[in-house]
Structure formats: C-alpha cells, structure tokens
Design a protein around this ligand. Structure first.
Ligand SMILES: Cc1ncc(COP(=O)(O)O)c(C=O)c1O
Length: 461
C-alpha cells in the first residue's frame, strides 16, 4: 500500500522526514536557488532546461543524462571573474572536466587547475593557454612534472619534498625556472565532511605549518634558486559556508609569509586561498554569492597584511563546485516505485551510485522533483535510489515527491555538476551517462554516453 493511499497526514510524513524537511505546500514548485538559472516549468508543467523540455531531451539523448545549462555556467563564471577582479580565478577541473567546459571557462576569463596528467591533457587538447594552468597534486609523477614543464604550465603547486627534488632536477635539465607555490597545511578544521576537509594536520596534502615543514620547503626553494617561488597556497576543504576557516587560514599563511620575508628579504607576490565555496543542494544550504565571498576574502587578506606590514599579494581562488555544481541537473527515468509500508517509498531510477557517488561517499544531501509533469497528488516521502546491487545505492535520501509518481516518469536532481560525472564509475557495468549542454532551445552532446562496446573495448579477454 502506498503511503498516500494509507491516508497519511502531512504531520505523519513530517515525522518520518528529517527535521529540516517539511512537506511542501505545492509539490510541483521549484525552489529557484536549487536549480540552474534557465530551468522552469512550461505551461503544461514539464521542466525545461535552456528552453528545451526534458521529455524531448530524454527522447534524444536517453536517461540518465547530465544536463548542463550553458547560460547558467557562463553566468557563474562571469560573476566570479567580476567579483574577484584584480585577483585570479582558477576553475578546479577536478569538479568536472571536458574539452567543452575548458573552452567555456577560458572564454569567460578563468584559469584552470588540474591535478593529474589526464586533466592536463584535456586542458591542452581543448586549447587552454598553458600559462593559465595551475598544476596540483600530492603525488605528481616525474613524467607528469616533465609534461607540465614542457607544456609551459603557469604554476606548479609543490606538495612534498620529493616533488621539490623531482621538479628541481627537471628544471635544471631544461634550463627552465618554473613558477611554483608551496601548499601549506594550516591546521584548520574546516566545517565539512571529513573526506573533503584538507587543512587539518592529519592528512596527505601539503607541507605542515606547525611542524616547520612549510617554512623548510620555502627555504629550500629560495636557497636552491632553481624554481621561482611566487607564493603560498592553502585549500582548507570543500562545501564550506563559513568564512572563519578562510580567516584562520589566511592569518596563518601570511604569518609564514612574514617569516619568509624576515629570513630571506623576499615578499612573495601571490597568495592562493584555494576553493571550497559551498553551494545549495537543499533548502538548508545558504551559500554566499561570489561578490560577498570576494569582499570577505579581500578584507581578511588586507587586514592580515596590514598587521604584518606586508604588501598585499595578488590573490587567487580555485572554485570548482561553485562554478559547475549548480549549472547541472541529472535527469533519470523512474523504473519502479516501492512502498515499504509505514516507512517510506523507494523510487528507483535508471542510474545511481555510478553517476552520483556523493550520497554514499559523503552522506551528501540532494533534492529532486518530478520533471516530466506536474501532479495534483499530495506529497509522498520518497527515497530516490539507483539500480545497483548495493543497499547504500541512494541518490536522494529524503524528498517529497508527488504521491502518484510512477514508472516512466522523469525525475530531475539538481546540483550534480560537481564531483558526479568526474567521480562516475562503471559499477555493475553500467555505461556512464552523457553530458549534454543545453542553451537557447538547442542541445549538444559534450561527453557522449558510454556504450556496452566501450565496456568491452577495455576487456581484452
Ligand atoms: C587544491 C584544491 N583547489 C580547489 C579545489 C576545489 O574545491 P571546490 O570544488 O570545493 O571549490 C579542491 C578540491 O578538492 C582542491 O583540492
């Protein structure tokens, strides 16, 4: 028996939902903050993206599919560039990278962070100016570093003593003097999931400030004189809403900067405070916009520099999620609807943890809506699950969907641009979904759907 057939009252539904999630007054309504800018319902009630109804997109491209609202992405890029004018914005490609997105962010004036040879290859294949690329990673191989040097990558962010050895040797061999930054572990406990917090002491990234390793790394680079130390770098984590972590991080990094000046008479010209700016996945999230972020970060840096009589370095930031995350939704088709009596209704879709691992990995929260139509049925507390052989294969933990949701309906999940396709897998041999860019009433495939032939192509028997 379905929950609505049992005559469940809103109050009962509310009791089984998490405290923050209330049954909506109108189950068809879209909360604009959660959706890409051009998403709306057409007069018939169907969701449209970039002016194209989702039914038409599903018919042309199949489901599941990641739908990228190109106008939304470009607007986010522009907003960051405008807000951080006088600073540099590097898009963190790990959030999602393909050639079309590289071209879009480059056209909109952003630089690009990569952290593997594969990401670097994608950036270069798309024609990204290497001077506008930053190269990250805690275990860059000698081959990757050589490739970055040969390509003329603009900055390499040093993460270990061994990397300094490798890069110094490679630069000497080539007679090059590459720009480098030192990634500093500032000892900040960012308020986010443990797996995406990156500045507390006990983890793999960067040089520890507390142990003296960060100062030691700077001393080594300055003394050797082979690499050009342009600045310090700190990235405290991801999906962060509170600026206090950035404040502590800037204070500690600038403290190191003043110690370097005192010891070596060098004022490093740049400072990179990383990415990590949070986005809205549910109505519980209230992220600051780029304007507010830029103002806060600039003030923190100016104040801290004034205290230490330091020249204000040129600032850079590395947003990934905040650029691409909200610009994408995933479109699924419902396959089964199963009421687990008195508990909740499981709505199974044709993808799952292979296209969005974040719910299982980080206990991330998402929202969803019935996309192919509106409904006059009341709200039903649903869990949107995938088709994998795994009980933890959940896409959306809790959402109110119309009580008459049924097989064949399309369901849309917003906020899936970051760390979904980029972390997608072939678990259970599911071919990975395509990424389809939609703008001005037209769609184009920018990453095609995998096929079973693609799966077989790697299986050499
Ligand atoms: C060094 C660095 N910069 C930037 C980012 C991007 O973070 P976000 O996508 O949360 O903005 C990451 C993410 O892990 C990172 O490690």
């Amino acid at each position: 028996m379905r929950a609505h057939e049992a005559g469940a009252l809103h109050a009962d539904l509310g009791r089984r939902a998490p405290a923050w999630l209330r049954p909506p007054v109108d189950v068809n309504a879209l909360v604009p903050e959660l959706w890409p800018a051009t998403v709306q319902r057409d007069p018939a009630g169907e969701l449209t993206v970039g002016g194209v109804p989702v039914g038409a997109l599903a018919a042309e491209h199949g489901t599941p599919a990641y739908l990228l609202d190109e106008a939304d992405l470009r607007a986010r890029c522009r907003a960051f560039v405008a807000a951080f004018s006088g600073s540099d914005v590097f898009y963190a490609g790990k959030a999602f990278l393909c050639k079309a997105v590289v071209r879009i962010i480059a056209e909109e004036g952003l630089g690009l962070d990569v952290c593997t040879g594969g990401e670097l290859a994608t950036a270069l294949a798309a024609g990204m100016d290497p001077a506008r690329i930053g190269f990250h990673g805690n275990n860059k191989s000698t081959g990757e570093l050589a490739r970055a040097l040969d390509a003329g990558v603009g900055r390499i962010i040093l993460d270990s003593r061994q990397e300094i050895d490798r890069l110094t040797a490679l630069a000497r061999e080539r007679g090059l003097r590459p720009n480098v930054m030192i990634r500093v572990t500032v000892g900040v406990e960012a308020h986010t999931h443990e797996y995406i917090a990156t500045a507390h002491e006990d983890q793999k990234f960067g040089f520890s400030l507390a142990s003296g390793d960060a100062f030691g790394a700077a001393s080594r680079v300055l003394t050797d004189g082979v690499l050009e130390l342009i600045g310090l770098h700190s990235h405290i984590g991801s999906q962060i809403f509170d600026s206090s972590g950035f404040e502590v991080s800037a204070r500690r990094v600038l403290d190191l900067q003043s110690r370097i000046r005192d010891a070596y008479g060098v004022e490093l010209p740049e400072l990179d405070l990383g990415g990590g700016f949070g986005i809205a996945y549910t109505t519980q999230d209230d992220p600051a916009g780029p304007g507010e972020l830029a103002k806060r970060l600039a003030k923190i840096v100016e104040d801290e520099c004034e205290t230490r009589s330091l020249a204000v370095p040129r600032l850079s930031v590395e947003p990934g999620r905040a650029i691409i995350g909200p610009a994408v939704l995933t479109l699924y088709e419902v396959g089964t609807v199963k009421d687990v009596d008195g508990i909740r209704t499981y709505v199974s879709v044709d993808g799952g943890m292979s296209d969005n691992i974040r719910t299982a990995l980080y206990d991330a929260s998402y929202s969803a809506t019935l996309a192919s139509r509106t409904s006059t049925a009341g709200p039903m507390l649903a869990r949107v699950v995938g088709k994998h052989c795994e009980a933890g294969d959940v896409v959306v933990q809790d959402e109110f969907l119309p009580a008459d949701a049924q097989p064949g309906d399309l369901v849309a999940v917003p906020g899936t641009g970051a760390y979904c396709r980029s972390m997608a897998s072939n678990y259970n041999h599911l071919p990975r979904p395509p990424v389809v860019a939609v703008a001005d009433g037209r769609s184009r495939v920018i990453v095609r759907r995998e096929t079973e032939d693609d799966l077989m192509a790697l299986d050499v028997g």
